[in-house]
Ligand binder design. Sequence first.
Ligand SMILES: Cc1cc2nc3c(=O)[nH]c(=O)nc-3n(C[C@H](O)[C@H](O)[C@H](O)COP(=O)(O)OP(=O)(O)OC[C@H]3O[C@@H](n4cnc5c(N)ncnc54)[C@H](O)[C@@H]3O)c2cc1C
Length: 487
Amino acid sequence: MTESQVRATPTRPVPFFPAGLAVERWSTDPAVVADRRVDRSGFVPSGWPVGVASAESVADVQIVLRAANAAGVPVVVRGAGTGLSGGAAGTDGCVILDVSGLDRIREISVVDAVAVVEPGVITAKLDRAAHRVGLRYAPDPASVEISTIGGNIATNAGGLRCAKYGVTADSVLGLDVVLADGELISTGGRTVKGVAGLDLTRLFVGSEGVLGVIVGATLRLRPIPVATATLAAYFDSVAAAVAVVGEIAAAGIVPAVAELLDGPTLTAIDTANGAVSHRARGEAFLLIQTDGAGAHAEASQIQALLHAGGAGHVTLTSDPEQAAGLVATRRAALPALERLGRVLIEDIAVPRSRLAEAITGIAAITESTGVLIYTMAHAADGNLHPIIVIPHPTNPDIAQTTDTAQGSSGSTQTSSAPDIPDHVWDAADQIFHLALNLGGTLTGEHGIGILKQRWLGHELGPRNHRLQQQLRQLFDPNAILNPGKAI
Ligand SMILES: Cc1cc2nc3c(=O)[nH]c(=O)nc-3n(C[C@H](O)[C@H](O)[C@H](O)COP(=O)(O)OP(=O)(O)OC[C@H]3O[C@@H](n4cnc5c(N)ncnc54)[C@H](O)[C@@H]3O)c2cc1C
């Protein structure tokens, strides 16, 4: 629990209990509420939730929604709380509806290549279960070991393998959803094809808990690739690495993974490891995986492109253990930055052809604002994570990384997040406009939540935005589902 969570204490008596819910599934304990009211964005809204309902069945979810809808009490659905945009942040007077206890894998069918799951299943757990029958769940957010399938669906999570296997939406065939009034509906099914009526399944994917509560999902599984090859390389500049990614695409190769880390991020990993191994090798790190029958031939082609593009320390391996070590470098990046302070992870995506311009633009923003921006990217699909670290006031590790982004992170946060200094917001604002000017989006995979709301209208335009708000109203006339978030 953070200092600011402890300080934000209950200010009012408990005005609400969802009648019919077992008492042991309801908590107003300040420690429990404080723990469940934040996600990994670090954002803490002002005020205090009325309680936490820990659902263990669809019926529990229905009880909570019926009671909340009748009383006009807001409901914030929560999976594992690993979201990075404040989507699961428990706002004043809300019920936090924790569905992580609905965590059963109900079925895995080899013939249909589907899994039927509850929303609280941890993503990696499903993938491991699929592996046992020769299949896999392709979407692999870097949070795969800690996030839930329901949260992945509600945010349309991406991950490392998206360029080849698509985002979460590409693996969702059908959903069970409890609507705001407590009614249960099913959408889609277990067939790959299906065009009866409007595609409500797709509408619920990425809806960030504002249209209904996902209580079941039928997910597409895929065969485990027959072969996988992993490459890693270091470059003298991020631009050189991005140029090679473009050449790989131009050669007609679709890598399963193409992850990019910039120099400051490599330094942060070195600092966390207590060793200077990565930054000494270059200003950019590129991790690539090819898979399927052509994995080795494609990897050889890519190896040649890496060398031609000026890469150094090139490694090519099909040994799973060595590959895991290379992938671990990428997965170490965010935890390494989190050691340094509060991380604000932006999540822009641009057309792949504009990736180099995005990188140059981010460097220019660092230059003009004095805010050091760490950048990692899912390079094959143009999704960049420019990251700003607001240092812990006493953290010596961060001292050399920026001399201007000095946050006051000890202050109690409110819904306008005053602990984020203005110059950091200014840098974020410039990052979002950069993405939009390059024909991209504010958020490739993390969602709008609370933190990106002020920019959404710029991307959607007034009519599109209004239509989305009207749709929301249709699903949730009393506006109880995650109010103040997403759209
Ligand atoms: C270290 C780290 C790495 C990450 N890497 C990635 C990555 O590579 N790709 C990526 O896309 N994201 C990534 N994330 C962000 C996060 O893990 C994803 O957004 C994830 O999908 C959230 O899942 P969750 O279960 O934690 O959802 P939560 O954070 O609990 O909720 C997220 C949103 O979904 C809603 N929601 C949750 N469950 C339901 C439900 N059953 N029905 C309706 N709405 C629901 C919530 O109200 C909220 O708006 C990362 C986060 C961390 C901390």
